[in-house]
Design a protein around this ligand. Structure first.
Ligand code: ADP
Ligand code: MG
Length: 571
């Protein structure tokens, strides 16, 4: 079969005039029936590498994508161009899923997007049997690797899924993969000696800097300066939810209205915070590392790390969300040596020793029906883990679930114990050297923070490109100071203040019941300091407020007629 004219197809299907980088070579290679590993920076157009072949050849391309929101967006973008794509996932009702599957089976669809978890649904693979699967595309392929930063057990099973689908050609795509992670991807997906396209990491519009402080409070000063100089939209990553909330309060008192995104919010709240961020021209979001994958916002002007992240892969992935539109953007790490201990603890918790793992597994196996009455906290207490934040029990439960030894969650009574782990499973999922490798990862992050020379060189070295910039990259604070870069590169007309200042219209209230305060406002209560108002009750002419104290985030209720208080004005 002669190969279709790819340029013509690029124009008709996507309306683009020319290919970017190696896109054309990759498409041609896939159309010849080859497999490939593609490592290309975010925003460079990886999706097109499998979308175009899918559209010009017969049969189906099955795309594995990590997040429902991400694939909804991609499918919507394709459908907006009238291209035959769909996705099947758990947020759809059964009838809709079936309707879409029928369209796939009828040959009306060229690109079917699913999450890796979909393959666990009994019968799903079998239903795909009649399809002529031409290509198996694995997006965000670094998730297959335990050494990567977004490891997903269901990704690790994708090699087996590929075999069950009859070994169609496979393309694995990611923006960040160290040599170790690349090897893992090749092995897990059984890519053999398929060629790799690795276009490097450089994002010339990103300026990398590290601001070292010797006391925690200095971080806020620096962040305020960045908000002022750079403007939004921007992301601030924190390692702990506790710090995120404290930072939220500190910013609120100063008149900012940041969005927040972390694992303790409900799925709905997370969706709405993310949507507000994506839509807003000047929003600031405070987030834990739960935020990001699937946030496709082109104009993020800065990514600030409030604490060191756990390794350079995570860092590079997170700052990769800045400047997708190619405009100058700042990526600054606020480095405070004490913060390293937070990640150090996380590393320990992510790597429980085998002895504890086996004791917990034995305990769960022996509980029988009584497991219904158990929750994570009491399990933690049984094993004398005193620190409430100690995450080892959660790690163990996650590993047991991955191995198929149990299912469900303890805390919502859906937990079921199935069987004891085998020795092979333990060797596979609790590898001897993982703790050491995680610690080395953290060390590389600290070394980056301390790097006296070119930061981009340091990152390139880490990802296997040695001496990428002989004369330095010119876009990091190893070579020039941030302020001068800002002066030169950031177009001041584009700088918008991030703060959503909401000047109070009512003027200052003295103590007493009226005028009542509102949810979201701040008051100062004598003896308790700053408090955020969470709820207001009016009862028989009195006003009571439920608040959270800024100092320790504890809830309190005050009768405003009985305490000395004043409203905090936004300035
Ligand atoms: P990645 O997955 O590598 O982060 P995407 O596949 O999401 O990047 O593509 C980023 C953007 O670039 C998309 O808006 C896409 O439509 C656009 N794009 C991709 N290839 C081309 C091209 N050859 N010409 C113009 N725009 C392109
Ligand atoms: Mg992508």
């Amino acid at each position: 079969m002669t190969r279709p004219d790819l340029r013509e197809a690029l124009r008709t299907h996507f309306g683009f005039a020319s290919f970017r980088g190696p896109q054309e070579a990759i498409c041609a290679h896939l159309l010849d029936g080859g497999s490939a590993l593609v490592v290309m920076p975010t925003g460079d157009g990886k999706s097109l590498c499998y979308q175009l072949p899918a559209l010009v050849q017969q049969g189906l391309t099955l795309v594995v994508s990590p997040l429902i929101a991400l694939m909804d967006d991609q499918v919507a973008a394709l459908r907006a161009r009238d291209l035959p794509a769909t996705c099947i996932h758990s947020m759809l009702d059964g009838a809709e899923r079936e309707r879409r599957l029928q369209a796939v089976l009828a040959g009306e669809i060229r690109l079917l997007y699913v999450t890796p978890e979909r393959f666990r649904v009994p019968g799903f693979l079998e239903r795909l049997e009649p399809c002529d699967i031409q290509l198996f595309a694995v997006d965000e392929a670094h998730c297959v690797s335990q050494w990567g930063h977004d490891f997903r057990p269901d990704y690790a099973r994708l090699g087996e899924m590929r075999r069950l689908l009859g070994n169609p050609p496979c393309i694995a795509l990611t923006a960040t993969a160290t040599p170790d992670v690349q090897t893992d991807i090749q092995q897990v997906l059984d890519l053999g000696d398929a060629p790799a396209w690795h276009t490097g990491l450089e994002r010339p519009n990103l300026f990398l800097s590290v601001h070292e402080v010797d006391r925690g409070e200095a971080k806020l000063d620096r962040l305020l300066e960045i908000l002022d100089r750079v403007g939004g939209p921007g992301i601030v990553y924190t390692a702990l939810i506790k710090d995120l909330l404290a930072l939220e309060s500190a910013l609120q008192v100063r008149g900012y209205r940041p969005l927040v995104y972390h694992g303790k919010l409900s799925a709905n709240e997370r969706r709405s915070q993310q949507a507000r961020f994506v839509e807003s021209p000047d929003a600031l979001v405070l987030a834990t590392n739960a935020f990001g994958m699937g946030v496709d916002k082109p104009d993020v002007r800065f990514v600030v790390h409030w604490q060191v992240p756990r390794n350079l892969e995570a860092y590079y992935q997170e700052i990769g969300r800045a400047g997708r539109d190619g405009e100058p953007s700042l990526c600054e790490l606020l480095y405070f040596e004490e913060d390293v201990s937070i990640q150090r603890e996380f590393t320990d918790w992510a790597n429980p020793d085998r002895e504890l793992f086996l004791r917990v597994a034995d305990h769960l196996a022996g509980l029988g029906e009584r497991v219904q009455a158990l929750d994570v906290q009491s399990l933690r207490e049984t094993f004398l883990l005193k620190n409430r934040r100690d995450g080892r029990i959660e790690t163990i439960l996650r590993l047991l679930r991955t191995m198929g030894c149990c299912s469900g969650e303890l805390d919502d009574n859906t937990f079921e114990w199935h069987r004891a782990p085998t020795a092979e499973e333990i060797a596979e999922w609790l590898p001897d050297d993982k703790h050491r490798r995680d610690l080395e990862g953290l060390l590389a992050m600290v070394r980056y923070a301390r790097e006296p020379g070119c930061r981009k060189n340091a990152i390139h070295d880490h990802f296997g490109f040695e001496n990428a910039f002989e004369d330095g990259c010119g876009t990091c604070d190893g070579e020039r100071n941030v302020a001068s870069w800002l002066d030169e590169r950031l177009d001041p007309t584009r700088i918008r203040p991030v703060p959503h200042r909401q000047p109070s219209e009512r003027g200052s209230a003295k103590g007493g019941a009226a005028p009542p305060v509102e949810r979201g406002e701040w008051i100062e209560v004598r003896g308790h300091g700053l408090c955020a108002v969470v709820r207001v009750h009016h009862h028989r002419g009195r006003t009571q407020v439920d608040v959270e104290r800024a100092r320790d985030l504890t809830p309190r209720t005050f009768d405003l007629g009985r305490v000395k208080w004043r409203r905090i004005e936004n300035s």
